[in-house]
Design a protein around this ligand. Structure first.
Ligand SMILES: Nc1nc(=O)c2c([nH]1)NC[C@@H]1CN(c3ccc(C(=O)N[C@@H](CCC(=O)O)C(=O)O)cc3)C=[N+]21
Length: 290
């Protein structure tokens, strides 16, 4: 029998910590503020951005939602970023990814003040993560995965961890966090081009799936008693649903769950943690201004 790691419950506990921190900051004269910028109208992005703004409201964090049309130019977007960099009421800036193809995302990320880069995507924060320098920001999704492992009582020290996916948003920072001092895992980073992905995966005590392919990780990829963290959030067609789709992870949950010691569901696993850690980063940023 496998333990289901309840991301919603852990996220609720993190948000409770945040609520106390917001009160403390406000009593010291600082109202934390987060700006979320969305260019275009991708439906999934709209859901995420809405849920970030809602969580801010619930916690008493000031939030600014900036929705810009898909035709927004690079210059217009950079002007918004510059305005937010200069705004003392804003401690965190997030530009929702991916932007439309004519936008140079890397240039936009570099334009964000690293001290307000609560996504942890700016090169300065990426470098600080690699250096194990605690003064930067850790990307929200991998930070959330680490917290889930901790809350589930998973021993990472000396464990074989396999991260599937090498993105700058999840795979790479996840590998850095798992191998960092204190976490001490032995980390393999695999991806869609890896030779014998199932075989690599079978070595893992901890599997982190972040490839973006629905239900790719099958039962025979996972060794008995492994811990599985499913980062994938894929919309797949489902005629039986009113919306016409359902959400599924990168792991074939039905097949894999019975084999493993613990597993995160989708939805209700890593997703809610991403938002909770974003709130945490915003509060860290606000506290640094004291
Ligand atoms: N600059 C930037 N920063 C991000 O952090 C960022 C981004 N761009 N682009 C897109 C991804 C994706 N992401 C999610 C956040 C919450 C859920 C979430 O709450 N998911 C719910 C379900 C939500 C639903 O129903 O669609 C769950 O898994 O239970 C999912 C995905 C943040 N991202």
């Amino acid at each position: 029998m496998s333990k289901i790691i309840d991301g919603k419950a852990v996220a609720a506990a993190v948000l409770e910590e945040c609520r106390k921190e917001v009160e403390e900051l406000k009593s010291r004269g600082v109202t934390p503020g987060l700006a979320v910028v969305l260019v275009g109208s991708d439906p999934a992005s709209k859901v995420y951005v809405g849920s970030k703004a809602r969580t801010c409201a619930e916690l008493g964090i000031h939030s600014e939602k900036i929705e810009m049309p898909a035709e927004t130019t690079q210059e217009e977007l950079l002007a918004v970023v510059a305005r937010l960099n200069a705004d003392p009421a804003i401690h965190g800036i997030l530009v929702q990814s991916p932007p439309p193809p004519h936008i140079d995302e890397a240039a936009v990320v570099r334009a964000i003040d690293p001290a307000k880069d609560v996504d942890g995507f700016h090169p300065e924060n990426v470098a600080k993560l690699a250096l194990e320098d605690q003064t930067g920001f850790v990307p929200c999704t991998p930070a959330g995965c680490m917290r889930l492992l901790k809350e589930a009582g998973v021993e990472t020290k000396g464990a074989n961890a396999v991260v599937i996916g090498r993105s700058m948003i999840v795979g790479k920072p996840m590998a850095l966090l798992l191998m960092a001092k204190g976490s001490d895992a032995t980390v393999t980073v695999a991806h869609s081009r890896s030779k014998d992905l199932p075989g690599i995966c079978r070595q893992a005590d901890i599997v982190v799936a972040a490839v973006g392919r629905p239900e790719m990780v099958k039962a025979d990829w996972v060794k008995d008693g492994a811990v599985v963290i499913d980062v994938g959030i894929n919309r797949v067609e489902d005629a039986s649903k009113k919306s016409g789709y359902r959400l599924t992870g990168d792991v074939d949950y039905e097949e894999v769950a019975p084999k493993c010691a613990a597993i995160t569901p989708v939805p209700g696993g890593v997703g809610p943690m991403t938002i909770a850690m974003l709130m945490k980063n915003t509060l860290i940023s606000a506290r640094r201004t004291l």
